[in-house]
Design a protein around this ligand. Structure first.
Ligand SMILES: Cc1cc2ncn([C@H]3O[C@H](COP(=O)(O)O)[C@@H](O)[C@H]3O)c2cc1C
Ligand SMILES: O=C(O)c1cccnc1
Length: 338
């Protein structure tokens, strides 16, 4: 296990490696001489420079793109906070293996290798309204599993999740670490009705009442209110940073999972871009708290890294232009005069 103690994990969150400034500068310089008015490719230009910085290459490549989906089960689901039964988590893991889920199709479309990591599905976390969702050992095992799922060889990574009840865990994390009350962070998830929404709000409020005193310690909050798949996404995001792998953040749940990391170290998510803004209403405020404007806003609210997979198409477009366009000199095109 890569993090046997919380202190090991805390140490790994300090002194995070910076990106490659020279590669980023070279990419920026190249953008300035490609045959287009400066800045005319908008955020595609930023994506090319961002990839260059974290890959350490002036001309980034996208030969190895990976998507890892972590699955976990939640004790709080027993409180009627999801529109679907808890068994759906394991059933969807089988669906991933059979190739029938949304992320199977979108990973293939994006040219990404998909792997799925189920995390003790037959042992749901504790109901966080009654006890911490995970004890320290459970939490560290999940963070370690996430860290170990990331290969340093990746050119680009996204992580996603499957876990019935996890939009309630995500809302509880946001409410604890960002404030504003349960109502600001709770949404309909898989599509709960008004009664379900009220049960979610009650659960989040009960979780805050029980564990809110731990807010000074983001890792304690992640263990008390989160879930195994959220902890694993946090571990994977830390691994990507330490290995210099650029990453696309998926939806509300994936973004909430990395919030504790950003509370531990202000620039911990410098290697990340937000793929999209989920239709889950708290996501917009969460992304703004993380300082990460979304690339897309197309009403998706599926999780599974599906939003990130769609944004990979935009990243591929960015690299195709950056690597393949002619410069003014190469094409004999006159440069800007005023
Ligand atoms: C068939 C199905 C496939 C999914 N794939 C992702 N989710 C998404 O919905 C769940 C969170 O919503 P809630 O908090 O309301 O349970 C997570 O599993 C998430 O990944 C799914 C949900 C369902 C039902
Ligand atoms: O945006 C998400 O991550 C999300 C939204 C609804 C259900 N599951 C995940």
């Amino acid at each position: 296990m890569i993090f046997p103690t919380l202190d090991d994990l805390r140490a790994a969150c300090r002194d995070l490696p910076a990106g490659d400034e020279a590669a980023a500068a070279a990419a920026l310089a190249r953008q300035a001489v490609l045959t287009k008015p400066p800045g005319s490719l908008g955020r595609l230009e930023d994506l090319a420079v961002w990839l260059a910085r974290w890959q350490g290459r002036a001309i980034p490549k996208l030969d190895r793109i990976s998507i890892v989906v972590f699955a976990g089960n939640h004790g709080v689901a027993a409180r009627g906070v999801s529109a679907f039964p808890i068994d759906v988590t394991a059933q969807m893991v089988a669906n991933y293996a059979a190739g029938g889920a949304g992320i199977n199709r979108l990973a293939e479309t994006a040219g990404a290798a998909l792997s799925v990591v189920p995390l003790e599905l037959d042992r749901p976390t504790a109901d966080f309204t009654k006890a911490p969702a995970m004890d320290e050992a459970d939490f560290l095992a999940a963070v370690s599993a996430g860290y170990e799922a990331v290969s340093p060889e990746n050119d680009l990574l996204a992580v996603g999740e499957m876990g019935i009840g996890n939009t309630t865990a995500a809302a509880a994390l946001c409410a604890a670490l960002l404030g504003g009350g349960a109502g600001r962070w709770v949404g309909r998830g898989t599509g709960v009705d008004d009664h379900g929404l009220a049960r979610k709000r009650d659960a989040v409020e009960a979780g805050l009442a029980r564990h809110g005193a731990k807010v000074a310690d983001p890792l304690a909050i992640a263990a008390a209110l989160g879930g195994r798949e959220l902890a694993a996404m946090m571990g994977a995001t830390l691994a990507a940073r330490r290995h210099g792998v650029p990453m696309l953040l998926d939806g509300y749940v994936a973004s909430a999972a990395v919030l504790p990391l950003s509370r531990l170290s202000t620039d911990a998510l410098a290697h990340c871009r937000a793929a999209h803004c989920s239709a889950e209403p708290g996501h917009k405020a969460l992304l703004s708290a993380l300082g990460l404007p979304p690339l897309l806003d197309v009403g998706m609210r599926l999780g599974e890294a599906t939003g990130a997979a769609v944004a990979m198409l935009l990243v591929r477009a960015a690299v195709s232009c950056h690597a393949g366009m002619a410069t003014f000199a190469e094409a004999g095109v006159a440069e800007k005069t005023s």
